[in-house]
Design a protein around this ligand. Structure first.
Ligand SMILES: CC(=O)SCCNC(=O)CCNC(=O)[C@H](O)C(C)(C)COP(=O)(O)OP(=O)(O)OC[C@H]1O[C@@H](n2cnc3c(N)ncnc32)[C@H](O)[C@@H]1OP(=O)(O)O
Ligand SMILES: CC(C)C(=O)C(=O)O
Length: 804
């Protein structure tokens, strides 16, 4: 049958109450009501499969945990399960002393008796009796007159009074009485009051405070809007006598979807107590949702006296016991209620968090309240034990703000606005292409891939391995600013380029432009910086710097450049990494010039290229002066061999052979004038100074000679020992070392430049470099010294009686 064009022929409007001087609309709620959970009764009776005793027990314990103090646990006359559950709670002592068990009974003597039997021995119990009072029920269900309806309620109230008194005398149970004129909202207002007055009189014991009788006024079926319910409640509260002896309880159902509104307006109208179910389970469209009501109060700064700090575990228990889901859009509890997919919501939330963080810090410093004031989020998800992770989720409706928020949440990176726009485009493309929600992991992975950020799996073609930034005064001092001398920065570093280590050198006004200069010179990558920003990441000792860079080809009015990000404990390091991140994006898969050694007069590979070859072949990171020294050696060797050739390609093998020969690196001991045979290095004194003594043997010009000397450290000790064997003076001009490899494979490489003054009178000095490697760092240093000595034209002291 289709819907009617004139529904007034079938449906009557709700009977409105004429209450022109109603007060409730201008009142405000300032405190929480008494809560009664009827999950285990009204909720349970609405389930296809009512709960088992185990489920009821679990649910009961959860209600107690949340702080509910009055719990309607059963309709004991309905089934053995209900009756036995109540007995079990009492006999197993599962009811905390401050919790009241409530049980429901119709106005039928046999069922009342069983109901009271069920709670005998409980510390506190509320007997709740109901009979429907509306004309429809009087006429159709009970076929009763008004008088008979009143008589039914009065008679059974008296029975309850008598039986509860007997039970109290026997078991000590303290009872309260609750009466419900069922179908209250459809009952004539004055008749509902008449029945309740008669019940109060029949009960005869209503008093103030703890002795109040509870009149529960149900919207058994929600037939009108919330103002209808509120008017009915205000009318009842104003007209019931001895109001101070009455708790007015509200029991809204949700047939029109306005159960929450009815309950809230009913509270304004005078209600003291609310009966409902968690997440709104209950007959038909459900009972009013207590979680929703409580959190509405909470969001107004009113303590609800219910605790949902771990709302997820409450949801789990309730859904498991009811075998019904909580809708994803359910207020406060649904999985999507703290989630924004749309761009403008995300943008506002992101900005809200940023501003609020600052405002809270300021308010905290002033000792003031830190108010929650957040676009689109009425309460803080964290208060319910929900993380912020789900607050922003990304699909094709999302904007840059939301994506930037997730990057901030998960990587701690506060992207500059233009970079947000750039990355948004990346994510949008994926979301559009794949037509699906982008999960946090998708976004984080896309970010890492795009900016080559976050470890070896995401590394780009260019990877910073090591660097040194040095300053030197500018050759052209800034004449405008004569008070300050400009400083130029030099970048000396090692960069892995397509898997090959390259030594890169460059100069600029700052570290980043020096790096870009190096990339231009060595790799033919011509880019400059258009935008740069940085911030700290973390606090205290753990603090690191995050840098963001946009690079563009020079001189081009290109709209969008390439962005990069870098994080490092060192601010220069983070900037350099950011530049390489952007450069990686800019070069894409364009081929880069290979490392080729062209040495000669016209076109020459640089000193850095030569150092790169040594680094790749031998893992030696030559100190800068040694790089220069070896480069000269290489140039000389090309010239020496073939003066006609102006530019010559030198093979890597030739170059490495030349290096080994020049510095005696890893050559057989018999090919050196001096080599180490054995040694022992000992600390002298009490260990508070670094003085050492070396004892050992060397082979000097083919003869084994004792090595014995003392010094402030291992090197000066060995030099002292050498001075006993060789005429003249050795001194260390430069020394450095570094490790090669990792873990148990690690070895030490040492570099020494020695000067030698053979003849003190002429003061003629010569110098030589020695390079060595050993698993022991002291041995590697000593060997480097002996390598350097071997290269010098020294004169051994003559042997006297077989010793020096
Ligand atoms: C709005 C509410 O939620 S009210 C609570 C509703 N909850 C339940 O009904 C769940 C538990 N109920 C039950 O298990 C059963 O209905 C029982 C055990 C209470 C009673 O079962 P039965 O004796 O078989 O009766 P039945 O279920 O058919 O109830 C209808 C009878 O009770 C009467 N009745 C209904 N409500 C009441 C009441 N509040 N007080 C007195 N009698 C009542 C009806 O007039 C009818 O009487 P009739 O048989 O003389 O015509
Ligand atoms: C028993 C009463 C209070 C009831 O559940 C209702 O009217 O909805």
């Amino acid at each position: 049958m289709p819907m009617l064009s004139d529904p007034s022929k079938k449906y009557k409007p709700y009977p409105a109450l004429d209450l022109p001087d109603r007060q409730w609309p201008s009142r405000r709620t300032t405190k929480a009501p008494i809560w009664l959970s009827t999950d285990l009764r009204d909720g349970n009776q609405a389930l296809a499969n009512p709960m088992t005793i185990e489920q009821k027990t679990l649910f009961f314990q959860q209600l107690v945990k949340c702080g509910v103090k009055e719990i309607e646990v059963a309709y004991p006359a309905a089934s053995d399960t209900d009756f036995n559950f109540v007995r079990m709670l009492i006999e197993k002592n599962l009811v905390p002393d401050d919790v009241w068990l409530q049980v429901l009974t119709p106005a039928r003597e046999d069922l009342i008796k069983r109901t009271i039997d069920s709670v005998a021995g409980a510390k506190h119990a509320i007997i709740h009796m109901y009979n429907a009072t509306s004309p429809l029920f009087r006429n159709v269900v009970f076929r009763n007159s008004k008088e008979e309806t009143v008589a039914l309620a009065v008679k059974h109230t008296k029975i309850i009074r008598q039986l509860t008194e007997e039970c109290s005398a026997q078991t000590g149970t303290v009872f309260k009485y609750e009466y419900s004129p069922e179908t209250f909202t459809q009952t004539e207002p004055d008749f509902a009051i008449e029945v309740c007055e008669a019940v109060k009189a029949a009960w005869g014991k209503a008093g103030p405070g703890e002795d109040r009788i509870i009149f529960n006024l149900p919207a058994t079926v929600e037939i009108g809007p919330c103002n209808h319910y509120a008017d009915r409640i205000e009318h009842f509260c104003r007209n019931i006598t001895e109001r101070e002896k009455v708790i007015v309880s509200l029991h809204p159902h949700n047939d029109r979807g306005t159960g929450i509104a009815a309950a809230e307006c009913g509270l304004l109208a005078g209600g003291d107590r609310i009966e409902g179910c968690f997440f709104g389970n209950g007959e038909r469209t459900g009972n009013v949702d207590l979680v929703n009501l409580a959190l509405n109060l909470y969001s107004q700064g009113i303590p609800p006296n219910l605790d949902f700090s771990d709302i997820q575990s409450v949801i789990e228990v309730v859904t498991q016991c009811n075998d019904l889901p909580v809708h994803p859009r359910h207020p406060y509890a649904g999985e999507l209620v703290f989630t924004a997919f749309s761009g403008s919501h995300q943008d506002a939330i992101k900005k809200g968090f940023e501003v609020q963080r600052k405002q809270h810090a300021e308010a905290k410093a002033r000792g003031e309240n830190q108010y929650w004031d957040m676009p689109y989020l009425p309460i803080d998800p964290a208060d319910l034990g929900c993380s912020y992770e789900a607050v922003i989720r990304v699909n094709s409706q999302s904007g840059k703000g939301g994506i930037a928020y997730l990057v901030k949440q998960h990587l701690g990176l506060d992207l500059p606005r233009k970079m947000q726009i750039a990355f948004y485009q990346v994510v949008q493309d994926i979301a559009d292409r794949e037509a699906r929600e982008m999960m946090v992991d998708d976004i984080v992975t896309a970010f890492r891939k795009t900016y080559h950020f976050g470890g070896p799996s995401y590394q780009g073609r260019l990877v910073l391995k090591s660097f040194e930034i040095s300053s030197e005064p500018s050759v052209e001092p800034d004449t405008e600013r004569s008070d300050s001398q400009d400083e130029r920065r030099r970048f000396d570093g090692t960069i892995l380029v397509d898997g090959v280590l390259r030594v890169i050198k460059g100069e600029g006004n700052g570290p980043l432009s020096a790096l870009l200069d190096g990339l231009r010179t060595h790799l033919d990558i011509d880019l400059s910086i258009r935008e740069y920003s940085e911030h700290t990441l973390g606090e205290g000792k753990e603090a690191r710097a995050a840098s963001y860079v946009e690079v563009v080809p020079p001189g081009e009015g290109r709209k969008a450049g390439w962005w990069g990000v870098g994080v490092d404990s060192d601010i220069a390091g983070s900037g350099l990494r950011a530049v390489l991140s952007a450069v990686n994006a800019a070069i894409g898969d364009r081929p880069l010039p290979e490392l080729k050694l062209l040495v000669g007069f016209d076109k020459r590979s640089s000193l850095a290229d030569v150092a790169s070859v040594v680094l790749n072949a031998l893992h030696l990171e030559l100190p800068k002066r040694l790089q220069a020294s070896f480069f000269e050696v290489v140039q000389r060797s090309v010239g020496d061999k073939d003066d006609d050739v102006r530019v010559k390609e030198v093979s890597y093998d030739t170059l490495i052979k030349l290096f080994r020969e020049t510095y005696g690196y890893e050559v057989a001991p018999e090919q050196s004038r001096v080599s180490l045979k054995s040694f022992k290095m000992e600390y002298l004194g009490d260990g508070s100074d670094s003085r050492r003594e070396i004892n050992g043997e060397i082979v000097l010009d083919g003869k084994v000679r004792p090595l014995k000397g003392q010094g402030n450290g291992p090197l000066s000790a060995v030099l002292a020992a050498l001075h006993e064997l060789i005429e003249g003076t050795f001194a260390v001009r430069e020394y450095s070392e570094h490790s090669i490899g990792e873990g148990s494979e690690v070895t030490a490489a040492s570099y020494v430049e020695l000067t030698y003054t053979r003849d003190e009178e002429s003061q003629k000095k010569s110098a030589a470099w020695g390079v060595a490697r050993d698993t022991d760092i002291t041995a590697s240093g000593l060997k480097a010294v002996l390598c350097a000595v071997s290269k010098l034209d020294f004169k051994p002291r003559s042997l006297v009686n077989g010793s020096a």
